[in-house]
Write a protein that binds this ligand. Sequence first.
Ligand code: 5GP
Ligand code: ZN
Length: 115
Amino acid sequence: MSQDANCLFCRIVTGDIPADIVARTQTVLAFNDIDPQAPTHVLLVPIRHCANAAELAAQSPEVLAELFSVASDIAASRGITGYRTVFNTGAEAGQSVFHVHLHLIGGRSLAWPPG
Ligand code: 5GP
Ligand code: ZN
């Protein structure tokens, strides 16, 4: 199964739910976060449903690499040289949508460590 009808990000992939699309490749979709935490806050998701980064690494490492490659292209196209890429894995870490998504956050200086 490549899409899950009950999954928010699958529904964005299919166009069922609108999103502000930033980039698309054969395997990855990038769209603006609905609640941006920085001037650039893009979510990058595999087109095929997958729950989290660990599953994606096991099933499709090339798609995992593609998420970072597209994130880097988006940052470069905006002249952003320093940015953060984050996977939240599991509810304890703040994952709220269980379709793996890479947060690309940039366009301002970022504090460390995160909360
Ligand atoms: P998580 O907390 O799972 O790491 O990240 C989920 C992200 O999805 C959050 O940053 C949240 O703002 C974003 N989000 C939740 N619902 C929607 C939506 O309907 N559209 C978009 N574009 N982003 C969403
Ligand atoms: Zn999904």
